[in-house]
Design a protein around this ligand. Structure first.
Ligand code: SF4
Length: 401
């Protein structure tokens, strides 16, 4: 195995002396020898905490040290901007103020509170975990990493955040944002997605955690990553740590952390069929597993069928072509067109030949009223069609007094 040696920048200052100490470093081909900062916690942590005390974000979940409140906020914050989360968090906590209240809730109610926040699996896992806490842990949220990780949806990062903030345990909480900050701070070419890099960054976080304020330090790192050390445009002039920065000195800020090449995002062309019959709408609950699991949707035109085939149905259905829409998920794009079909019969046999549901969507079909349609949790991607359907809602003869 090739051994790569590198020079260690000793001490914490911008213009500090380089001492030619040799250390064994990583051997991956794509990693060039780097300057490594051996910053001491006693240098960097007080500066960081002082900055946090003065400029830390006032967020609703920071008013509480209740592990349940912190847990809910951390799950909502996964992959989601703080400003988006705030109203959802407030509504969720007022509807389900305790783990017991959540454990007793219906899944549909929880998904409805989550509607529009995305990544709905988080909501279903949160509900399952709340039920586990009540049924297996006597209502007490576990206060160890191993205990927390037995709950669906909780991994290393979330466990660290809950334990350090709620119980002041010296456990680091390292996610992609934190890796970015640590990577730039130390000039280390970590990537956010590599498990080994994550482990190394977590070890670094663990070494820096002050035993008296671990939760504050974790939050200080999160805040710096979210407000100052931004992925594409770091505000170094506002950063309290500029003088410590190896990557800044090396003009490598925007190179770090290393990024993997972006994959091409697949584009799905989908046709939504909205069936309406005498004041009722046909909807399907999507199965728990897969994209948008547990949410409701209208029917879909089956693969291999063509929208022009809908023409053949015009004797039995009135067909309205609704505006096209595009919805971007992080990993795919949906290009949607939609048709509103007023059918004469609930049986909808002819339509069923066109909209055979794909395997993963063979959930429960049902007919619902306008009110129920509004109250069911729908994916954001289909919200324009729910709105358009209600706006173009046909009035059937049975409804005319
Ligand atoms: S100096 Fe710039 S690159 Fe370094 S942590 Fe601060 S904002 Fe990020």
């Amino acid at each position: 195995m090739q051994q790569v040696y590198e020079t260690v920048l000793h001490g914490g200052g911008y213009a500090r002396q380089i001492i030619g100490r040799k250390v064994l470093m990583r051997t991956e081909k794509d990693r060039q020898p780097q300057l490594v900062h051996t910053l001491q916690p006693s240098e960097i942590v007080p500066v960081w905490l002082n900055w946090f005390d003065q400029t830390g974000r006032a967020l609703p979940w920071r008013l509480s040290k209740d592990p349940y409140a912190i847990w809910v906020s951390e799950i909502m914050l996964q992959q989601t901007q703080v400003q988006t989360v705030i109203p959802y968090y407030m509504n969720f906590m007022s509807r389900f103020p305790s783990v017991h209240a959540l454990a007793e809730a219906q899944e549909t109610s929880v998904l409805k509170m989550w509607e529009g926040l995305g990544y709905y699996k988080r909501a279903r896992q949160l509900l399952k975990a709340a039920r586990l806490v009540v049924n297996q842990y006597g209502g007490q949220i576990p206060d160890t990493v191993d205990g927390l990780k037995t709950l669906p949806g909780i991994g290393e990062y979330t466990a660290g955040a809950i334990l350090s903030i709620a119980w002041k345990k010296a456990i680091p909480a390292v996610d992609g944002n934190v890796i970015r900050v640590f990577s730039r701070l130390t000039g280390t070419p970590w990537t956010g997605s590599d498990a080994k890099d994550r482990r190394e960054a977590t070890q670094l976080g663990g070494r820096w955690l002050p035993p008296d304020r671990p939760g504050d330090f974790n939050e200080a790192v999160m805040d710096l990553g979210a407000t100052v050390c931004l992925p594409r445009g770091p505000h170094c002039q506002d950063c309290p740590l500029t003088s410590f920065w190896v990557a800044l000195r090396e003009q490598r800020i925007v190179d770090l952390p290393l990024r993997k090449a972006r994959k091409t995002v697949p584009v799905d062309q989908l046709v939504v069929l909205i069936l309406h019959h005498q004041g009722l709408w046909r909807v399907t609950r999507r199965p728990d597993h897969g994209l948008l699991g547990g949410l409701f949707s209208f029917d879909w035109l089956a693969e291999g069928s063509s929208p022009t085939q809908l023409k053949q149905l015009e004797n039995d259905y009135s067909v309205i072509h609704l505006p096209d829409c595009t919805h971007r998920f992080t990993h795919r794009i949906w290009k949607l067109s939609g048709y509103l079909l007023e059918s004469k019969s609930k049986a909808a046999d002819q339509i069923d030949t066109l909209c055979k549901l794909p395997e993963q969507e063979s959930g429960q079909r049902m007919w619902v009223s306008d009110e129920e349609l509004c109250s069911l949790p729908f994916p954001t991607a289909l919200e324009p069609y729910r709105q358009a359907a209600l706006a173009h809602r046909p009035v059937s003869s049975a409804e005319i007094p």
